[in-house]
Structure formats: C-alpha cells, structure tokens
Design a protein around this ligand. Structure first.
Ligand code: NAD
Length: 351
C-alpha cells in the first residue's frame, strides 16, 4: 500500500492511496483538523475518472467541515473514496489495505459508512485501524444514524415554521416529502405524529404504498413533487434538486429537509430567497447523523444525553441563523456558511 500527497491549496492534505495487490485505488481528503480529527464517511463508486473521484472527495470533505462545525462537534472535515464498483470489486483485502492507509494517518481522519459501504465493511476496515465508526457491534457502536438525523430535521422544520409563521405547531400543516428511505420514513412518522398531512413521492412504489397506509399520505408522481402546493417541502432523497428548473415550480413557503447538497449551486439559495421561500440550510438541518456517529468516534458513554444536548444546540444554531438571515434580508445559507467561517476563525466557539 502506498500513499502519495496530492498538492492542494484548499485542503490540509489529500492522499492518493494505492495497493496493486488488492486492486485498491482511492483518496483520503482531509479538509480541516482545526476543530478536531477530520471525520466523514467512505464512499465506494466506480468513478469514470480519477479526476471525478478527486472532485467528489474534495467537495464532500469540505462539506463535512461545515456540517461538523455547525453541529458543535470537536471534529474536522474529511472524506474518503474508493474507485471501485461495490457490487463486483469490493474484497476484504481491498478494504483491509484501505484500513492500513487510515491507520497510517494516526487519527487525523476517522471513517464511517457512506454510499456503497456497509457496517460489515467497517468491521473489515476495523481489523486494520482503530479510526473507524459505524461498526455493527461493540461498546460504542452507534448503529443506524437515520432516526437521529430525522429528529434533527423535524426540529429544523418546526423552527423554520416558527420563523415564518410565528408558531412551531405543525397541526394541519402540509409537507411534501421527497424520498421515503431511512431518513424520510422516520421523518414522515414524526411529522404525522405532530399532526401534519403528508404528500409523498419515491422511486420505489412499495415505499410509497407503505407510506399511504402508515401515514395516510397522498402519493404524487416523481416530478410532480416540486409543483405540489404545501406549507413545507422536505427533500430527503438526492442532492442537486433545488435548481433553475425546480425552484420556479415550488409552491411552498419553506424548504427544510435532510438530503445532502440540496442546492445545485450557491446561486440557488439566492433564487429561493428571491422567491420568498425560507430555506433551512441542509448541512445544519441534517447534522443529527454526524452527531450520532460522533458518539462512537468520541467514545461517549451517556449516548442519549449527548445526542439530546447536541440536537438542542443544533436547533439553537438554526434559530440564530434564521434570525440573522431575516435581519440581513439574505438567504439562511449565506448566514450558515458565514457562521461556520467565524467558528473556524475562533475554534473554541465550537466547544
Ligand atoms: P436511503 O437510500 O435510505 O433513502 C433514499 C430514498 O430516496 C430511497 O427510498 C430512494 O428510493 C429515494 N429516491 C432516490 N432518488 C429519488 C428521486 N429522484 N425521487 C424520489 N425518491 C428518490 O437514504 P437515506 O439514508 O434516507 O438518506 C437520504 C438523504 O439524506 C441522502 O441525501 C443522504 O445523503 C442524506 N443524509 C442521510 C443521513 C442518514 O442518517 N442516513 C444523514 C445525513 C444526510
């Protein structure tokens, strides 16, 4: 296994990881360790080019710096990718070689699951390194983060609703929900419990049918979700769905959901603001997931107390962001990015 530094002006370090014996080719990007060890998941994808993998890992690791800081965690931003098809090219040897690469960084970077990687894969990586989270079992194993992620998004929806309408009560309010997977399903349950009416879509018709039954939800076609008239739009499927095509279609006054990288470009935050749509910045709204993973990385013994406190603090951060955005008449996304930039300038603020 060999590691080569790729020169970067934006990241503390980007390592190219190669192991010809196992066929491993990957990247570990450490964007920032200013607030603590860099933490972020490992993604396995058959990227078409090395450059595409480099771009993805660079963008995702920078995003983790912002997410971890906004969640008030003593963790920096990092991410890793392996260029391989998880269905056909994932072998224990390849994962173990990657584990050795992580171990060689001596705790500068902690990994966990992302697309194409399972808790069982984390166990294999964990045979070679201690710097791994998302394990299926063990003293501090944190399990599926999505229920905690959904709790954080639910808080963000209530808080955004209060900022817009003066009340966090969701009784009788309508929420259009895109994606009924791990996060979307748990969120749907919390919203329904709070008295909201759901309009849902998913590429999987079985999930849609289940939501109709479990939550009395109204199903709509995939592309119809953008034009649905509702109080809140909650994207919980894929990134890039707030863009030039979809934003003009929206008929909600709030967008607050859990998907990563909802904005196709930073300009799209301005477009939402120009249309009078209040947007809860995704990297703040979905911070519950990394809060859950952090209990494992930081070896927290009173897990539920830590999660409750961090979720409450995350909600306060969202309130401050929305208040400042209103006062300045700018998009909450602009304020959220500036808030983290300030935290980075004064690291003790994240403690
Ligand atoms: P998931 O794979 O369990 O669920 C995604 C769901 O979206 C699936 O049901 C899928 O069929 C559906 N979907 C995919 N494309 C769609 C489309 N074009 N239109 C409608 N539905 C579509 O994933 P998840 O863990 O629930 O994560 C959802 C989003 O939240 C992702 O963007 C993820 O990065 C983000 N996120 C997840 C967590 C977590 O704790 N799992 C934490 C932070 C952020």
């Amino acid at each position: 296994m060999t590691m080569t530094l790729i020169p970067s002006s934006t990241h503390e370090a980007i390592h190219r990881v190669e192991d010809p014996d196992s066929g491993l080719l990957g990247l570990i990007a450490i964007h920032s360790t200013q607030l603590g060890p860099a933490a972020g998941g490992l993604r396995m994808r058959p990227y078409e080019t090395f450059e595409a993998a480099l771009e993805d890992v660079s963008r995702l690791s920078a995003g983790m710096t912002y997410k971890n800081a906004a969640a008030g965690l003593p963790l920096g931003g990092g991410k890793a990718v392996i260029i391989a098809d998880p269905a056909t090219q994932k072998t224990p040897d390849l994962l173990r070689a990657f584990g050795r690469a992580i171990e060689s960084l001596k705790g500068q970077y902690f990994t966990a699951e992302d697309m194409g990687v399972s808790p069982e894969d984390m166990s294999v990586i964990g045979e070679e390194t201690a710097y791994v989270a998302g394990l299926p079992a063990g003293e501090f194993a944190s399990g599926d983060p999505s229920p905690i992620t959904a709790r954080g998004i639910f808080n963000a929806i209530r808080t955004t609703h209060a900022a817009r309408h003066g009340s966090s009560d969701l009784t009788g309010r309508s929420v259009s929900l895109q994606g009924l997977g791990h996060v979307g399903w748990h969120l749907a349950g919390l919203l329904r419990q709070a008295g909201a009416n759901l309009i849902v879509t998913d590429i999987d018709p079985v999930r849609v049918a289940a939501a109709v039954k479990a939550f009395d939800a109204t199903p709509v076609a995939l592309d119809a979700i953008y034009g649905v008239e509702a109080d809140i739009f909650a994207p919980c499927a894929i990134g890039g769905i707030l863009n030039q095509q979809t934003i003009p279609q929206l008929r909600t006054s709030i967008v607050a959901g859990g998907a990563n990288n909802q904005l196709a470009t930073p300009e799209d935050a301005k477009a939402l603001h120009a249309r009078g749509i209040l947007y809860a910045p995704d990297f703040v709204a979905n911070g519950g997931g990394i809060i859950n993973v952090a209990t494992e990385i930081l070896k927290i013994s009173d897990r539920s107390r830590f999660v409750d406190e961090k979720l409450a603090a995350l909600d306060q951060t969202m309130i401050r962001i929305l208040t400042e955005a209103k006062a300045q008449n700018v998009s909450p996304d602009t304020v959220a990015v500036a808030t983290v930039d300030r935290m980075m300038a004064a690291p003790q603020a994240a403690e």
